[in-house]
Design a protein around this ligand. Structure first.
Ligand code: HEM
Length: 176
């Protein structure tokens, strides 16, 4: 049986979620647009999509990217669909599993600082603590579940924006 969460699922809540989601993507596009050469503004002939730079990486990096891509795409679905339904729970578990799996996997990816943890691992720690906490808040039907999930999604988008930095794999996939 579908049990509604205690927090209200009003049209206003949904509008707020949508605004947060659109805001995240506007920030991502703005970062791309302001980065020389990105979006083909400075060099249109260099804009492309090539999976090769990703497929040349270790299986851990590939696993990381597929899991974050899953979480990135599922996020808006969760924000927009009605809360407390069976679909919300199924997608929620897939999202939480993808995020937790990616957080654990990234502790074993240490390419940036020659085998040492890098500042980006702070996101991994935040996800490792934040995802179980946000799931627990959903199980106790607490209002702050929505806030915790929104915060985690914003963190995911910020980590994604840093992944587009020149020299990194995602940059190579689109712009090199
Ligand atoms: C859309 C979101 C994301 C994308 C596209 C992405 C992409 C990548 C890629 C391609 C790498 C390995 C190669 C490189 O450095 O370019 C990487 C490394 C890493 N990512 Fe992500 N990532 C995203 C989100 C996240 C999140 C949410 C976390 C934390 C939970 C995270 C933590 C890390 C860490 C710790 C590394 C290893 C850094 C090192 O080598 O020391 N990333 N990411």
């Amino acid at each position: 049986m579908d049990l509604p969460l205690k927090h209200s699922d009003s049209a206003r809540d949904r509008r707020t979620s949508l605004v947060i989601f659109i805001g995240c993507f506007v920030v991502m596009v703005a970062v791309l647009a302001l980065t020389p050469g990105a979006l083909g503004v400075a060099a249109p002939q260099r804009l492309k999509f090539d999976l090769a730079p990703l497929l040349q990486q270790s299986w851990l990096v590939q696993f990381h990217v597929w899991t974050v891509a899953t979480a990135l795409l599922l996020g808006p679905v969760q924000f927009v669909l009605p809360k407390g339904t069976g679909a919300h729970r199924v997608f929620g578990w897939i999202w939480a599993s993808a995020m937790l799996a990616t957080a654990i996997a990234t502790f074993f990816i240490r390419d940036m600082r020659d085998g040492q943890l890098s500042p980006i691992h702070i996101f991994s720690l935040m996800a490792l603590i934040g995802v179980p906490l946000a799931v627990w808040l959903a199980r106790v039907k607490a209002m702050s579940h929505a806030r915790a999930m929104t915060g985690l999604y914003i963190g995911l988008v910020i980590a994604g924006v840093t992944a587009i930095a020149p020299g990194r794999v995602i940059w190579a996939m689109f712009f090199s």
